[in-house]
Write a protein that binds this ligand. Structure first.
Ligand SMILES: Cc1cc2nc3c(=O)[nH]c(=O)nc-3n(C[C@H](O)[C@H](O)[C@H](O)COP(=O)(O)OP(=O)(O)OC[C@H]3O[C@@H](n4cnc5c(N)ncnc54)[C@H](O)[C@@H]3O)c2cc1C
Length: 548
């Protein structure tokens, strides 16, 4: 990049949201440059070798039900740019110490048969719950992916449910997932599936709205599965980049933006750590966490005190530790069904989920963390040589560690602590898959500092750009009063997961930012045209002896 460059739009950050925004702006005919701090694009959607040459790992995210269902991502037609989705035979499994293993399958009968075999009647209860998803899922996804407030999707939802149905659904949406499980099911299988899904966020089983997250991911899992890109998550990023580059958009890596240039209350460009200046003729879109955007890149002098005050209250979601393994073969789960699922949740029951969540509330590192596990050979056998497997597990740990429920970890996350905690994670799998440890050829432990070090948006190892709790959702995301992509600085738009609707690879935050930029630009141009027309009329109606 030349020391001084220019584009209609500068996008800061080449995560999925930044790349979606860039694509939509380029589609509108704008010249677009994306500046990415890291050596490669993708943000938390990157794959590569972590353990040994030739073995491919998804370094962060791995499964994309939100992407496959998102009208934003679907609308980009990324299949034309090399994306190919792969799916595992079963979407999700929850192996339990007593040998039972509730599963989620894209075949509704298979999901229900499994639940019924455990406790008769629970299959029908799942069918009823999925019936609710079939009624609300479309407008709900549409509402989540649209700028706030989602008027059209809200109206569709209201029309489908009617006043009484809407009130019932509002109650459902607010329910803690643990309560939902008690109300709807006799056995524990379905409740465990839904709770595990809700806990992909920083919610706990007794959190308000955790039922909605369970329904969202459970409904999507039932409907579209949990697909993963053939060849690794990086292929999704590669498709986004290829699509952007086709009309001339550019991604420049190793270009960390350190300042947004604001003149007369308007964002007019950015400065990089290397000292390059890039002028933005029409908009700057930031795929950057809200606190970093406002405090570090814009600066307090350009912001109202109320914004700075609200930012001081911004809450990141829990920290995360992720372990990636290179294995000599598939994980030998004792439960057969677990061998056919791409994603697994490990927790001994609702008490285990609740206990680990309680540890997080108390600032303690869980002694027996509950896990989200991915076994990638089951989803995409093309990734690794025959006879090998790559798998990963992640779990949440506190942002501020005040103790350790299982030993004396301090939350320093140095090499010794990382290894000790990874041993804890492995012990959880070994209990349900005896022999797992003997298959390990190598492992890579991504602690909170390592995650943040490879992507500045993963602050303290937070994976979702900010808490998903109700006090930081909808009109409160990222802060009260700024629930849309527009910011207090004209021409600057927030397009990261810190914005509505939050974490996950769905592209909605980027799309909302691009749409806001395009709408403002159209308005400006219409005003200029209107002013020009008014001027022409005024000139035509001047008296002949008029002088300027
Ligand atoms: C371990 C992990 C597992 C996950 N699993 C899943 C999953 O399976 N499915 C799912 O849907 N979601 C998952 N997520 C969440 C999902 O990946 C994120 O919500 C999503 O990537 C957010 O996209 P984004 O574009 O907002 O930000 P990011 O993907 O974080 O990208 C932001 C980009 O901006 C760059 N950047 C930041 N600051 C600057 C700067 N000043 N200058 C230049 N560049 C900058 C960063 O380097 C980065 O490339 C996971 C996340 C993590 C970390």
């Amino acid at each position: 990049m030349s020391a001084e460059a220019e584009a209609d739009a500068v996008v800061i950050g080449a995560g999925p949201n930044g790349l979606v925004a860039a694509n939509l702006l380029a589609d509108a005919g704008w010249s677009v440059v994306v500046l990415e701090a890291e050596p490669e694009p993708g943000g938390a959607v990157r794959s590569g070798e972590l353990t040994e040459p030739g073995l491919l790992h998804d370094r962060f995210s791995a499964f994309y039900p939100l992407g496959a269902a998102s009208p934003v991502i679907v609308g980009l037609e990324l299949e034309r740019y090399g994306l190919r989705w792969r799916r595992s035979p079963l979407v999700l499994a929850h192996p339990l110490p007593d040998g039972r293993c509730p599963v989620l399958s894209t075949d509704l009968d298979e999901t229900c048969a499994g639940l019924d075999a455990d406790v008769p009647g629970d299959g029908d209860a799942w069918r009823r719950l999925y019936g609710l998803w079939e009624r609300v899922g479309g407008p709900l996804v549409e509402a989540l992916m649209a700028p706030f407030p989602p008027v059209r999707a809200g109206a569709r939802l209201a029309a489908r449910l009617g006043p009484a149905g809407l009130a019932r659904f509002a109650r459902f949406a607010l329910l803690p997932v643990q309560r939902l499980a008690e109300e709807e099911f006799t056995g524990d299988g379905a409740g465990l599936l839904l709770t595990g899904l809700a806990l992909h966020t920083d919610l706990a089983p007794d959190s308000t709205t955790s039922s909605l997250f369970g329904l969202l991911l459970g409904g999507l899992g039932q409907q579209v599965g949990f697909p993963a890109p053939e060849g690794g998550s990086g292929r999704l990023t590669a498709a986004l980049v290829a699509r952007l580059e086709a009309p001339g958009g550019r991604v420049v890596c190793n270009a960390r933006v350190t300042r947004i240039v604001v003149r007369g209350g308007r964002a007019v460009g950015v400065v990089t750590a290397g000292g390059d200046e890039v002028t933005a003729g029409r908009a700057v879109v930031a795929d950057v966490g809200a606190p970093a955007l406002y405090r570090d890149l814009v600066g307090a002098e350009h912001l109202p005190a109320s914004v700075l005050d609200a930012l001081a209250r911004f809450q990141y979601d829990h920290s995360t530790v992720k372990v990636d393994w290179a294995l000599d073969g598939p994980i030998p789960w004792a439960a057969d069904a677990a061998r056919r699922a791409g994603t697994l949740h490990l927790a001994d029951g609702m008490d285990h989920f609740a206990g680990a969540s309680c540890d997080l509330t108390r600032g303690r590192i869980p002694a027996r963390p509950h896990l989200v596990v991915g076994q990638m050979g089951v989803v995409d056998p093309t990734r690794n040589p025959p006879g090998t497997e790559t798998a990963w597990a992640y779990t949440h740990v506190p942002q501020k560690v005040r103790g350790d429920a299982g030993g004396d970890l301090k939350g320093l996350w140095d090499f010794a602590e990382a290894e000790t905690f990874a041993d804890r994670v492995e012990a959880q799998i070994e209990r349900l898959a005896p022999g797992f440890r003997s298959l390990i050829r190598g492992r890579y432990v991504a602690t909170p500092p390592i995650l943040e070090g490879s992507n500045a948006n993963l602050v303290g190892g937070a994976v979702n750009g900010g808490s998903a709790q109700l006090h930081q959702q909808l009109i409160f995301r990222p802060i009260p009063g700024l629930a849309r992509a527009e910011t207090p600085v004209r021409g600057l738009y927030l397009g990261s997961a810190s914005a509505h609707p939050g974490g996950g690879v769905h592209g909605a935050c980027g799309s909302n930012a691009a749409r806001a930029a395009l709408a403002w630009d159209r308005l400006q141009r219409a005003r200029i045209l209107a002013a020009g027309a008014a001027g022409a009329v005024a000139r035509r109606s001047r008296p002949a002896n008029w002088r300027s």
